[in-house]
Design a protein around this ligand. Sequence first.
Ligand SMILES: Cc1cc2nc3c(=O)[nH]c(=O)nc-3n(C[C@H](O)[C@H](O)[C@H](O)COP(=O)(O)OP(=O)(O)OC[C@H]3O[C@@H](n4cnc5c(N)ncnc54)[C@H](O)[C@@H]3O)c2cc1C
Length: 385
Amino acid sequence: MHTQARAQDDDMSRQRVVVAGLGDVGVLTAIRLSRHADVVGISVRPALVSGQELGVRLSRPDDWARDYWIPFDRFRRLDRVRIIQGTLNGVDLAARTVSGQRDDGGTFTEGYDTLVISTGVSNGFWRRPTMQSAAEIGADLRAAHDRVAAARSVIVVGGGAAAVSSAANMATTWPDKRIDLYFPGERALVGYHPRIWKRIQGRLTDFGVGLHPGHRAALANGFAGEVITSEPVHWSTGQPPASAEAVLWAIGRVHPNTGWLPPELLDEHGFVRVTPELRVPGQPGVFAIGDVAATDPLRSSARNRGDALVSRNIRAELAGRRLRAFRAPGRRWGSLLGIQPNGLEVFFPTGHALRFPSWSVERVVMPLIVRWGMYGGVRKNRPLA
Ligand SMILES: Cc1cc2nc3c(=O)[nH]c(=O)nc-3n(C[C@H](O)[C@H](O)[C@H](O)COP(=O)(O)OP(=O)(O)OC[C@H]3O[C@@H](n4cnc5c(N)ncnc54)[C@H](O)[C@@H]3O)c2cc1C
């Protein structure tokens, strides 16, 4: 069906698009395509459980859940999308099918005309491709929060956004806790404009976070920070070991969730190779997007509107129109500390920041820009029966 190019025809209604992985970017892509095609989404969980904002997730899990744990049936524009809860374990590129295991243990095989690979990466304990029910998601969230809440001292190892945001949010939530941030370089947030670290560094110091540059942790073989530990941390940079009641590892050891894909689709690090148009080379009708896609060194298509581009390109390919290329900014950007009691700050690649005061986050940014603008409507949480 895919090879029958449809001159000027943008109607994909009989086309089957399978979105493999419904995380941040998979959900947005399924929403965008749901009006144009027969969309099937495959997800290990019955909800969007975002990998974003680790700091808020750990310190204020209820606030985090309101914005980052959203059951699929609350997204209005996913009503037309058929969602299979299951783990993908294979793709047959010739037969154009994906297959996997359902939550009830049965198997499934789904045919596609277009496949969007958006299975993301695993990172720490907070991003794992594990099949989970709503109760298990909640228990996970609570367990990590309880673990750090009970500790009188916490070491955060890592210099990226997850580490910095965790240290900051724990320090503001629990001012009596001793929090120390250890990172390998002279400064943290290396992928961001230097001005951003200057600003955040001042804030961390005001919050009482101990900052320890030049510390690279020595990792036990194969350990990638999947659990919160309590043993002393040893440094390959020569300093004496450091101890705390809880050690949070945010060391950016990401692992692409591509075990279900044939090696010929992958680069030497296991990420999905893509053209600038987000197509998988040599595989018509197969696209990849988000953290799993080897788009640019920062693999930044998720936060740079890759969902809009891939949806447009899928429709353009089927209509025989020209595809557009993804352009990534050279530096990271985003909200580093998440929503705070005094509002939300967004840091741009230029190093500038824009602060949305609390009232505007509650009344404009979240309900209008995010829930309506981005997601096309999110129903209110149903009261528990
Ligand atoms: C609108 C937006 C704003 C953002 N803002 C920021 C920001 O301010 N700062 C910042 O640092 N980043 C930001 N990000 C980016 C974010 O950090 C990540 O890039 C993003 O979460 C990656 O999304 P993803 O869908 O690729 O991966 P994920 O959200 O991890 O989704 C992948 C999904 O696939 C599932 N999966 C994996 N394997 C399988 C399998 N075999 N079978 C079935 N399912 C599987 C996973 O469990 C997961 O649910 C933003 C992203 C978006 C979309």
